[in-house]
Design a protein around this ligand. Structure first.
Ligand SMILES: CC(=O)N[C@@H](Cc1ccc2ccccc2c1)C(=O)O
Ligand SMILES: [Mg+2]
Length: 368
């Protein structure tokens, strides 16, 4: 396949409600979308980086720069190539996994659309719909949290994830258990907010039968997570720490995690995400699909990935209206707690021109 050009496009989407985590409060999403034009078809990709480097070291302006100056020119110089060539072609550039993932997805989408093949089948999906969990932010009070959780359970979400941080952890978890009972699938996500010195405090979550505690310690503290896992009963799940299949193998071997949150953007793309899935399945480690408040473009690809056999826990593949009043694609709507896996060629969704124009803040065409 030959690339004829890449369009970089930033869209601004207000969130339906502020989303507070241990690294700050978000009220809008500044998303970088990619449209790749090839001799065969067009393809869409989404970069999950935030506007500010608060979740990871990547941020939107940096992704734009590295794509414009390094990643796209590298592909342009390669002449004809397949989607599986993208990661090797870009491997000389260190890091920038979210930018690389966006470009790889756009090329993969174009390639599959040209051949009329759905992404889900290409990745090895075994289901036509996936059960959906929801990520619930830190709230101003426990009553507000309980209202939010009640609303999501009424909407049909099959798993609740509570953002936690020091000072907002045991009490909200206890309140949710007391209000909604022991059968609700419940987990927490600290986004690196604790240290190993908090182990005894985190062990106070053990009585609440959580599915997992996600990324309690800093992303580079794999040994700390292995030590913590020996001091608490709640299974440790890693998110920010897992950036490649090699890193996943090391974390599992060291006993740093017994569950993995797979986010294609964080690990450099959907093909690396599938490699991590395969590796975790081989080790008997359950995986689930994380979320980065994607638009329908990234959401469609995540739902396809979440349909692979090793994704045995509900993911953060929530409906579009969890975050946005309107989406750039047809919205993903929860149906009995599930989202349907797109069946069309490629990612199976396409942005609506009117919606896209309404939320576009900037775009640039990179001719090749
Ligand atoms: C659904 C969920 O909790 N996602 C991330 C955290 C997160 C939270 C807020 C975000 C705001 C803008 C962009 C990315 C974001 C990611 C996580 O699992 O750790
Ligand atoms: Mg997380």
């Amino acid at each position: 396949m030959n690339l004829t050009g890449v369009e970089l496009r930033r869209v601004a989407l207000p969130l339906v409600a502020p989303f507070r985590t241990s690294f700050g409060t978000q009220t809008r999403r500044d998303v970088l979308l990619l449209r790749v034009v090839t001799d065969g078809a067009e393809g869409w990709g989404e970069c999950v980086a935030m506007a500010d480097p608060l979740y990871s070291e990547e941020y939107v302006d940096g992704a734009v720069d590295v794509l414009r100056r390094f990643l796209v020119p590298r592909l342009a110089a390669a002449g004809s190539f397949a989607a599986t060539d993208v990661a090797p072609l870009l491997s000389g550039f260190h890091g920038h996994r979210m930018a690389k993932a966006a470009l790889e997805l756009a090329v993969l989408d174009a390639e599959l659309r040209a051949e009329g093949r759905p992404l889900a089948r290409e990745l090895g999906a075994v289901r036509d719909r996936v059960p959906c969990g929801v990520s619930v932010g830190i709230m101003a009070s426990v009553p507000e949290l309980l209202d939010a959780v009640g609303g999501y359970l009424d909407a049909g979400y099959v798993r609740i994830k509570l953002k936690i941080e020091p000072g907002w952890d045991v009490e909200p978890v206890r309140a949710v258990r007391e209000r909604f009972g022991d059968d609700v699938l419940l987990q927490v996500d600290a986004n690196t907010a604790y240290t190993l010195a908090d182990a005894r405090h985190l062990a106070r979550l053990d009585p609440f039968d959580l599915l997992l505690i996600e990324q309690p310690l800093p992303e580079d503290d794999v040994l700390g997570h292995a030590a913590l896992a020996k001091q608490i009963r709640t299974p440790v799940c890693l998110d920010e720490s897992i950036t490649s299949a090699r890193g996943a193998a090391a974390a599992i071997t060291l006993g740093a995690c017994s569950v993995v949150n797979i986010k294609p953007g964080r690990v450099g793309g959907y093909l690396e995400a599938r490699r991590i899935h395969d590796l975790c399945v081989a080790h008997g480690v359950p995986v689930w699909c994380g979320g980065m408040l994607e638009t329908g473009i990234g959401r469609a690809a995540n739902v396809a990935l979440a349909a692979l056999p090793g994704f045995v826990l509900p993911g953060d593949t929530s409906a579009s209206d969890r975050y946005y009043r309107t989406d750039v694609t047809e919205p993903f709507v929860l149906d009995e707690g599930h989202l349907a896996v797109p069946t069309g060629p490629g990612i199976g969704v396409t942005p609506r021109d009117d919606e896209l124009a309404a939320v576009t803040t900037w775009s640039e065409w990179l001719p090749l």
